[in-house]
Design a protein around this ligand. Sequence first.
Ligand SMILES: [Zn+2]
Length: 488
Amino acid sequence: MKKMFRNANAFVDGIFMSSDILIEDGRITAVLPAGSGPASGDTEVIDLFGKYVFPGLIDVHVHFREPGFSHKETIATGSLSAARGGYTDVCTMPNLSPVPDSPEHLEEELTLIRQQAVIDVHPYGSLTVGEKVTEVADIEGVKDNVCAFSDDGVGVENDSLMEEAMNRCKAVGKLAVAHCEVKSLMGGKHLNEGLASKALGIEGISCESEWKMIARDISVSKKTGCGYHVCHVSTADSVRVIREAKRAGVDITCETAPHYLLLDEEVLLKGGCASANEALGQSGAPGQSKNVSDSINDLGADSIKIEVIGILAREAEQEKSIGGLVRDEKFLGRFKMNPPLRSRADREALLKGLLDGTIDMIATDHAPHSKEEKERGILGGPMGVSGIECAFPVLYTGLVKTGVITLEKLITLMSTAPAARFNIESGIREGATAKLCVYDLDEQYTVCGEKFASMGHFTPFEGIKVYGKCLMTVCGDKMIKHERNREK
Ligand SMILES: [Zn+2]
């Protein structure tokens, strides 16, 4: 069946053009000026009345949890959640069971993808066997069926092992993609080393644990010539070392995630300390915990405001909504991820990095956990939040509506740039696979994790009013229409 999107405000070759887009058998057969496409005949016409059509969004960092952890997410629920966010392509991280470190182990994941995925899912292979950092994985054996190689979730601390892994990635023409974390410099396991950890009297996660490993990897990438991509950059120092490496000609790219751009640790100080402290008392860490209200007073918390960029803060009335939930420890798990929300200065450095091109793309690090797990809160629960379904709306609302970046730049960060680096097809043009999403950018609604298609319902953007509703996602011959009122 032939289909035509009439009157689409489509992103074509880097600009928005009023277009008619013809699709047949999962391919774009023509992109014409609006109104000039065929009127009827054997073509189903879908009039978009000027709604936006973007190339399908691409997320190079998601956790769909299968095989191994189906109580957190499945390929079916994860891919539907991604489709609802406007994504047509995602790259799934290999911290699975079994870890895709050999053709046999990878086949388990590929089988599930073939059975369940509603969009294109590209698995990562692991860098090391079982992500145990003792032996390099069968990189040559799985290379044809993976997008790149990573040990996401753990840092490959062994220098010679990383060098061997990068040499072998280079030989098969794939990127080495790194979760950068030096365990000995990690400190605590819950929060950034900063205002909130100090207020709680607990050890925080240092910035050094991230940028030190990036710096090490840069030197290995230089030595081996292997293309290198840094996962979820969260600190100012990380941005600095990556900027310097780019200037020096290293084959390096990086991503950050929406929560690092739009939120920082102050959201926790304002919303989290009282209940987190209570949990700390319950967790049996006597002596570490101190009176939190005193600590906040020490820090002058009256002057500390949750600052979510511009319109997000104003429209969500963040202070009020999160303030109302201060005593609900279950709520706070939604701010726990690895790396953690950093300082305001770090967030500002990430925004600068986004603007000057140091940060190449935005990935979500969609990392769902079960409700029961996340309800253990900021100190007892696992790291990781759901993000793929609301990533575009929160970024559009927080960065584009406020004038920080243009819509064109956001599409580049979320589709064009990841496509180019990870060799994934993207773009609205004649002859291309039909991969696109339709967005109504005027529609406003409130983010509600309970209504996500994902099995992970914990998002740091809970309760925030956003603009931008994805109405439809097209991935080849699959056309997925999303119910208009699902978040209302
Ligand atoms: Zn990671």
